[in-house]
Design a binder for this molecule. Structure first.
Ligand SMILES: [Zn+2]
Length: 276
């Protein structure tokens, strides 16, 4: 049936050229792409929008410009791979700003803990949606360069293709025969451990009464974080390290390449893109 679908698949509605140019202009990390790559990204974005609804929530209305901006960033990691990596996704939901998610967890003693957290983005597992805050997608918060919320969440979605987000994405026979999964795991876990050590050292330099609401504290944090090759959030878990390293790979590759050359080389092989 797959072949039949492919043969008779109708063409996705084309993206307006002027709107596309405007979207690309607004995303400097796309400027390294040549004309052929940009044309392929555009047709991939058209197919993405044809098969995945981008809907507003919390009163947000998704205009063409927003949908296009999200689609272009979602398609960048799969530009030389396949859109099928996003098959297991219900759609994209966009809030105007950070959204509150209710979490609950049962601890070892069987006690249920519930809490609420404001989120900038979330990729839901098992066929779920990608949820984004448009305000956060547009602006970089603590990390001035190299942060990219949309790429981050879509990379989680790719990662989930091999059974849950764990920092080890699916290796596809058609594209990734040259990647040794054991080497991937070794290189990423060594880099992750090193990065956690660096983030711990950074946190030791923060005032003991560090307060996320305090602007001076946040400025100090941002200043210290500049010495890191990527957003300190990458130290949260191996899955976050892969997502944050991927953001850096596409949006600000030089520090990542200098600090973790093996991870950089594996990301080059995985995404099949040269970003230098
Ligand atoms: Zn994440």
């Amino acid at each position: 049936m797959k072949l039949f679908n492919r043969l008779f698949r109708r063409a996705a509605p084309a993206i307006d050229d002027a709107q596309w140019q405007q979207a690309v202009q607004g995303m400097p990390f796309l400027h390294r792409l040549d004309a052929d790559e940009l044309a392929r990204l555009k047709s991939l974005a058209a197919r993405f929008l044809d098969s995945h609804a981008v809907s507003g929530a919390g009163g947000f209305e998704v205009g063409n410009d927003v949908a296009l901006c999200i689609a272009a960033q979602a398609c960048l990691p799969v530009l030389n791979l396949t859109l099928e990596l996003y098959d297991d996704m219900a759609g994209v939901i966009v809030y105007p700003a950070a959204f509150v998610v209710r979490h609950s967890e049962v601890d070892e003693a069987g006690v249920v803990h519930e809490w609420e957290a404001a989120m900038a983005g979330e990729a839901l597992d098992a066929g779920g949606a990608v949820v984004l805050s448009w305000e956060d997608a547009q602006e970089d918060h603590l990390w001035d360069d190299g942060g990219n919320l949309v790429i981050h969440e879509f990379v989680h979605k790719i990662d989930m293709g091999s059974g849950g987000a764990n920092g080890c994405p699916p290796f596809l026979a058609a594209f990734h025969a040259g990647i040794d999964p054991a080497r991937w795991k070794a290189a990423f876990s060594t880099a992750y451990d090193d990065f956690c050590t660096r983030v711990d050292a950074l946190e030791r330099r923060l005032p003991p009464d560090f307060d996320e609401e305090n602007e001076h504290h946040l400025d100090l944090y941002a200043e210290l974080a500049q010495a890191l090759p990527m957003d300190p959030y990458g130290a949260e878990a191996p899955a976050e390290f892969f997502a944050v390293a991927s953001e850096a790979f596409f949006a600000r590759p030089a520090p990542l390449r200098a600090t973790y050359p093996q991870v950089f080389e594996l990301l080059e092989k995985y995404y099949r893109q040269r970003v230098r």
